[in-house]
Write a protein that binds this ligand. Structure first.
Ligand SMILES: Nc1ncnc2c1ncn2[C@@H]1O[C@H](COP(=O)(O)OP(=O)(O)OP(=O)(O)O)[C@@H](O)[C@H]1O
Ligand SMILES: [Mg+2]
Length: 382
């Protein structure tokens, strides 16, 4: 990772997996509901077979974007192209797309088999082929032997898989998923997340996935589009988004981040020197797309910061160093969060892995020194 952080063009984990014409293109797409802008000028290319996630807070326009791709809403402006064809005002059933909604929306009076087979019947697929494809789709979602049951006789996770099978049975080029795991308990969600990701690889369809759960987005996606107020703020691999957030919103929305107001002093190309009031000079990674000048925000994640006392070699040349008074200790299981009060009054959260029981405990009020690699400290303009 450190290597990728230093290079100008980050190495993509997905290099070579995607190619050819984009599966979906949004060209400057906007949507107004009356006077209310729900989506404001989104441009996006989704690659063939890609797992792309739209991530953002409630009301930021994720569902509206997905519904426009599916044809359930028409854009107020802009164009949507799927598999090289402009969609115009084409209705949902004439797009090479299937949608899975949050509520499974299965027909309760039909068996699982009938539910999955429904779309094929509508398009006039003959019965023997229907039967074969229904069995195949249920196999794909790892649900054999339930064809004759009613939805009510299945668990929530199983019902969700039936909904998936129903969407997959038409072999769509594009699968749209709107918070499909929202109703499931945490454990089942985790299992289904892995299964969905695996399914994406197996069937080769393009997946556009909507969630407001950042962890879900990080674990499942090839790329994530972080949205806020109808716009895409940043598009990149989970590693890009997490390690190189470009704005405070993105750094704040995904994971936990310390934000410190600093003044830029100078730059030597590889790093920018800044002053943190009360603590003195620090070095940080140069900002992306904006000049390093004036007052900026230094963003550093708690897990990138180490207690000096935990590092055996003690002197780490070139690393940033801060000292503060220990004001809060929160035990979180895999790690403990320490909150330090810096001399200038700012708070700094530090995550310390709980490697061994009772390892080097520190009393409240103790002054602790912490260090971090300047490449882990991002400078943001806002
Ligand atoms: N049919 C509609 N009529 C009027 N306003 C709408 C309609 N659908 C959505 N909106 C508004 O558009 C904005 C975006 O809504 P959208 O449903 O796309 O958000 P979302 O990102 O999916 O949120 P959530 O995470 O809560 O599902 C919101 O302000 C919402 O109130
Ligand atoms: Mg929504």
């Amino acid at each position: 990772m450190a290597q990728a952080l230093m290079t100008e063009t980050p190495v993509r984990a997905d290099a070579g997996r995607f190619g050819g014409t984009p599966s979906i293109e949004l060209r400057d797409v906007s949507k107004f509901f009356g006077q209310v802008p729900a989506v404001s000028g989104i441009s996006l290319e989704v690659r063939q077979g890609e797992f792309l996630t739209l991530l953002g807070p409630s009301g930021c326009g994720k569902t509206t974007t997905l519904r426009m791709i599916g044809g359930f809403e028409l854009p107020s402006a802009g164009e949507i192209v799927i598999e090289g064809e402009a969609m115009g005002d084409r209705p949902p059933y004439r797009r090479p797309v299937n949608t899975v909604f949050q509520n499974y929306a299965l027909f309760p009076h039909m068996t699982v088999g009938q539910n999955v087979s429904y779309g094929l019947e509508m398009t006039g697929v003959p019965k023997p082929e229907r039967q074969r494809r229904v069995a195949e789709a249920l196999d794909m979602v790892r649900l054999p032997h339930v064809e004759n049951r009613k939805p009510a006789e299945l668990s929530g996770g199983q019902q969700q898989r039936v909904a998936l099978a129903r969407a997959l049975v038409n072999r769509p080029a594009v699968l749209l998923l709107d918070e499909p795991l929202g109703a499931l308990d945490l454990k089942l969600r985790k299992t289904m997340q892995l299964e969905l990701k695996q399914l994406n690889r197996e069937v080769g369809a393009t997946f556009v996935y909507v969630t407001h759960d950042q962890e879900e987005a990080l674990t499942m996606s090839d790329r994530i589009a972080v949205m806020n107020e109808g716009r895409i703020l940043q598009l990149g691999t989970p590693g890009d988004i997490y390690e190189r957030p470009r704005t405070r919103f993105v750094a704040d929305f995904i994971g936990q981040t310390n934000f410190l107001e600093v003044e830029v002093i100078g730059s030597d190309g590889a790093a920018v020197e800044v002053d943190l009031p009360g603590s003195g000079p620090l070095r940080a990674r140069p900002p992306e797309g904006v000049p390093a000048q004036g007052t900026m925000t230094l963003a550093v994640r708690p897990e990138k910061i180490s207690l000096m006392a935990d590092l055996p070699g003690s002197e780490i040349p070139g690393w940033d160093r801060l000292s503060g008074r220990l004001e809060e200790i929160i035990y979180v299981g895999t790690y403990t969060q320490y909150v330090l009060r810096l001399p200038g009054g700012q708070e700094l959260a530090v995550h310390r892995q709980n490697r061994a029981v009772g390892e080097g405990e520190h009393p409240m009020g103790e002054t602790l020194t912490v260090v971090f690699n300047p490449q882990s400290a991002a400078l943001l303009a806002d």
